[in-house]
Write a protein that binds this ligand. Structure first.
Ligand code: F6P
Length: 331
């Protein structure tokens, strides 16, 4: 149980963003800063993730320091990988820097890698730390959705809609690669929303033969076909899948489009802003309740705290269900 009611009271919260940025991180920073002030706590921003903690790039944040950021993509605290923080010595330097600033608790915004770093820090220095899942990949256990996923999928679908226009005008087959690292959540969500004919995700083994069967069926009745390929698919990225398909099926004029980092930028959607705002407040309130080593998620609409070390779901039930629906709707 991570609740520790006998823990000393929190006086000064540090907040950082780590790993790949995600739209809505700024809204989460704003919520952590404002909630801290609301509850009478001091709060400091740590620049460039855990690396800033080691290099001592830390600045106090006032209520107005987070004005006009709720609508902005990226992260005002910036993000970076930290080799130094991966070492015990680096984490000792980080702890000493925190002590010098009087920071006695951390809110870390990021993905699984961020939470692994936070858990190691907590193990060694017994420091209260709460995580907020912020990644476009939606691959964190303990929440139905991560901050940035809704924005990224909306951006990707807008791009895929545009691809559909040109694909239909030329009877073309497009392979569209979306991000997600080792997860297929972005691909599945976009596949449904863009009316794709097929989706390749790492969580399920859909082989090229299966895809070719769908393409043969589509070739008889459709003027365009869109196959969404998750970048982490075991068959390879969109270029590789297109190459393998061409060897067996030559009906369509084929093109490949890799959406890339456009998925990470842009103004967060309303859903991401609200999720980030709720999560930021819940993170501070969790610290005040004596919670530590947990991330704040939203499950079935309710704020939920989950221990950091829960492994990410491999193939979520939701994704399996969405793939089934896609199969029905793409006839
Ligand atoms: O985790 C977010 C993410 O955008 C992944 O979807 C992608 O695989 C990765 O980060 C890209 O990382 P980088 O920006 O370092 O190329």
């Amino acid at each position: 149980m991570a609740m520790a009611s006998s823990a000393p009271p929190i006086g000064h919260v540090g907040v950082l963003t780590s790993g790949g940025d995600a739209p809505g991180m700024n809204a989460a920073i704003r919520a952590v800063v404002r909630a801290s002030h609301y509850y009478g706590l001091r709060v400091s921003g740590i620049l460039e993730g855990f690396d800033g903690l080691v290099r001592d790039v830390i600045k106090p944040m006032a209520v107005r320091d987070v004005s006009n950021i709720i609508q902005r993509g990226g992260t005002i605290l910036r993000s970076a990988r930290s080799e130094a923080f991966l070492t015990v010595e680096g984490r000792e330097v980080a702890r000493a820097n925190m002590a010098r600033h009087g920071i006695d608790a951390l809110v870390v915004i990021g993905g699984d890698g961020t939470f692994r770093g936070a858990a190691a820090f907590n193990r060694e220095h017994a420091l209260p730390v709460i995580g907020i899942p912020g990644t476009i990949d939606n691959d964190v256990a303990g929440t139905d959705v991560t901050i940035g996923f809704d924005t990224a999928t909306n951006t990707a679908v807008e791009m895929i809609d545009r691809i559909r226009d040109t694909a239909s005008a030329h009877d073309r087959l497009f392979f569209v690669e979306v991000m997600g690292r080792t997860a297929g959540a972005i691909a599945v969500q976009c596949g449904i929303a863009a009316g794709a004919e097929f989706v390749m995700v790492p969580e399920q083994k859909q082989d090229i033969a299966q895809l070719v069967t769908v393409l043969e069926r589509s070739a008889k009745s459709k003027s365009s076909v869109i196959v969404i390929v998750a970048e982490g698919d075991e068959e390879g990225g969109a270029y590789e899948v297109a190459r393998k398909v061409k060897q067996r099926f030559a009906h369509y004029d084929t093109r490949v489009s890799v959406l890339g980092h456009v998925q990470r930028g842009g103004n967060p959607t309303v859903s991401d802003r609200v999720l980030a705002s709720r999560s930021g407040v819940a993170a501070v309130e969790g610290l005040l309740q004596g919670r530590t080593n947990e991330l704040v998620g939203v499950i079935n609409g309710q704020i939920t705290y989950t221990a950091f070390n829960v492994a990410p779901p491999k193939a979520s039930v939701g994704e399996t269900e969405l793939l089934r629906i896609l199969n029905i709707l793409s006839i």
